[in-house]
Structures are given as C-alpha cells and as structure tokens.
Ligand binder design. Structure first.
Ligand code: RB5
Length: 147
C-alpha cells in the first residue's frame, strides 16, 4: 500500500498547498487532499482538525497544513490527541522535527516562506525518518501529555 500524506489549508495557503501536493506526488506518496478547493475565506481550525484526525486516526502517516503564517494551523492541529504538529520555516527545522520529535504534521505559512522554500521544506519533512533511540522516550513523554 502506498504511503499516504494528507493535506489541508485555508484560503491563505492554497498555492503552497498545491505545491506541497505536487512535491508529495512526485516523491511517490499517495495524496489525500482535503481542500479547500475554492478561494473563498475559510476557518483554518476546521482544516487543522480534519488533517489532524486523519493522521491521529491512522488514515495517513503524515499531514501538511498551510495557512498564512502556519501558526494558527499549528496551534489548532496540536489540540488533536496524537498529533505532533511542527511549524517550520526552514528545511533544517523540518528535518530535525521528523528526526527528533517524530512530528506527524507539518505546518507552513505561505505568506512567510513562499512557494520555493515551502516546497523544499515539504520535501525535507517527507523524506526524513524518525531517529528513535533516546528521542523515543521524549516522544513518549509528549504522548503522555495527551492523557
Ligand atoms: C488568514 O487571514 C490568517 O489569519 C490565517 O491564514 C493564518 O495565518 C492564521 O494563523
């Protein structure tokens, strides 16, 4: 079965979400795109919840959320039990949050990073495995905060 990545944005993240979907497809991932599919203003917590639930529920291994800053999406997605959402503005942060935090949702700000850097951050996030080892204990401590 293909490795599935789920995507969502608000109206401020439409273009970078499309870029992120393209990057994932080109890398061979199965894509589930939860929209929105029109330019009208929408509320980012709705999409953060849908993507977060898809990841926490096991329908997708990783999620990508895009809004204007990436901050609202990360605040909202982290309210979903089982989600470890990371707001990243560099490729380094994206690699490290996968390697050390086992982040399962990437949050991007289209108005902050733009399309080129945004696409590179997505590629870094999707290609970096979790390192486990000493980091697993700390991730388990994060998971315990959900209870
Ligand atoms: C929408 O204008 C904007 O508030 C939203 O995209 C996001 O940046 C919130 O954190």
């Amino acid at each position: 079965m293909a490795d599935r990545i789920v995507f969502g944005s608000d109206h401020a993240g439409l273009a970078l979400r499309a870029e992120a979907v393209r990057v994932a497809r080109e890398a061979g991932f199965e894509v589930e795109d939860l929209g929105p599919f029109a330019p009208a203003s929408v509320d980012y917590p709705d999409y953060a919840a849908r993507v977060g639930q898809a990841v926490a529920g096991g329908r997708a291994r990783l999620g990508v959320l895009v809004c204007g800053t990436g901050i609202g999406m990360s605040i909202a997605a982290n309210k979903v039990k089982g989600v470890r959402a990371a707001h990243c503005t560099t490729e380094y942060e994206a690699r490290m949050t996968r390697a050390h935090n086992d982040a399962n949702v990437l949050c991007l700000g289209e108005r902050v990073v733009g399309l080129g850097l945004g696409a590179a951050i997505v590629a870094a996030f999707l290609s970096q495995p979790f390192e486990g080892g000493r980091h697993q204990r700390r991730v388990d401590q994060i998971t315990a905060l959900d209870r």
